[in-house]
Design a protein around this ligand. Structure first.
Ligand SMILES: *Cc1c(COP(=O)(O)O)cnc(C)c1O
Length: 365
């Protein structure tokens, strides 16, 4: 499928227009969903495990937003594993200790099997990150981290580690390319769980890796064919449709998140409000403890009690209810993903949920 070039460098315009097919009279304006295993020989791909025009459209749009070439995978975890698969056996990997629990679990499993040597670091300690990476093949950063929302100083870390030959991968799921473009800052790989903000409607599981190096691009594409963890045509179609409104969704939920953060700071019973200063994610703790935090999240009406994040609907949960969540995440930490509902409705719901906790404490105390 021939694609229409986009002249603009504005991220808003790229979000809307990148990946659109060349204009052919009578053909769809946007990339249609291609349901095919076999394709007519002579094009980019003959068999749909190696390529599908619907993936290409999505990859073109994400690549344009991140400033590199994107390769889509069946999930964020499949994208993560594809990057790890490129490492030589026994390579040293330094990773953010507060990373997504699935990432840490996979790194730990690989370390236990002798596939890599793992060192975990606090991403907020820039000097420690740089020092630990000295003899590493790969530095894996996640910023902000999920769910503790720690921020890494990628601008300082990237040149220091890549100058010594360490590859830098950044999980950019929570920031999105609209708030942080790691490749511009010197990273080699950007990873997304496109299940989250990029697709934005809680109806897709999908991942993507973005790089500007041709060799890495070929290796990732060949790893995808070999591992077979390929995205679906429906998933890439839906994710691209969601991506078209990313900037509008993010601007609005960020505006709402800022307001909720300032009110949470004043709210009694709420401690340690964490917000990186941008984006749609907030984490905070409930002074009354984990049982109160749990019952509070289950009592809301506008905010859905659910896992995952980055959808049009606000969701929250106590992260430690998942047995796999690392023990350094506080037991009473609630992660709130701010969606697109009315800010006063969200606050009323949150405040009511907080009241129910205060009520509980009064009756038991
Ligand atoms: C959800 C998530 C992942 C994993 O992505 P899946 O699409 O669920 O496989 C990786 N990193 C971060 C930061 C996430 O939030």
């Amino acid at each position: 499928m021939e694609l229409m070039p986009v002249r603009s460098t504005s991220l808003e315009t790229l979000a809307v227009a990148a990946g659109r097919p060349a204009r052919t009279p009578g053909a769809p304006l946007n990339a249609p969903m291609t349901m095919a295993s076999a394709l007519v020989p002579g094009g980019d791909s003959e068999y749909a495990r190696h390529g599908n025009p619907t993936w290409t459209a999505f990859e073109e749009a994400v690549g344009a937003l991140e400033g590199g070439h994107a390769v889509a995978f069946a999930s964020g975890m499949a994208a993560t594993v594809a990057v790890l698969e490129m490492l030589p056996v026994g390579a040293k990997v330094v990773a953010a200790s507060g990373s997504y629990y699935g990432t840490t679990a996979e790194l730990t499993r690989r370390a236990r099997r002798g596939l890599l040597e793992l060192q975990l670091v606090d991403v907020t300690d820039t000097d420690a990150v740089i020092a630990a990476s000295e003899d590493a093949a790969l530095l894996w950063l996640e910023s902000p981290t999920n769910p503790e929302l720690q921020v890494a100083d990628i601008k300082t870390i990237a040149p220091a580690v890549t100058a010594r030959g360490t590859a830098l991968a950044v999980d950019n799921t929570l920031a999105t390319p609209l708030r942080q473009r790691p490749l511009d800052l010197g990273a080699d790989f950007v990873i997304h769980s496109a299940s989250k903000l990029l697709s934005g409607h809680s109806d897709v599981v999908l991942g993507v890796v973005v790089t500007h190096e041709d060799r890495a691009l070929r290796a990732l594409t060949s790893r995808r064919s070999g591992l077979g963890a390929i995205p679906g045509a429906l998933e890439t179609f839906l994710a691209l449709r969601g991506l078209r409104t990313l900037h509008v969704r993010l601007d609005r939920s960020e505006q709402t998140a800022r307001e909720l953060v300032s009110r949470l700071h004043q709210a009694s019973g709420v401690v340690d409000v964490r917000y990186p200063g941008f984006g749609s994610m907030i984490s905070f703790e409930i002074a009354a403890g984990p049982a109160a935090a749990q019952s509070m999240t289950e009592s809301s009406e506008v905010i859905a009690y659910a896992t995952s994040l980055g959808g049009v609907e606000s969701t929250w949960e106590r992260r430690r209810r998942h047995p796999g969540e690392p023990a350094d995440v506080p037991e009473s930490l609630i992660r709130l993903s701010v969606g697109l509902e009315n800010v006063e409705d969200l606050w009323d719901d949150l405040d009511r949920a907080l009241d129910s906790v205060r009520e509980l404490q009064r009756s038991s105390g």
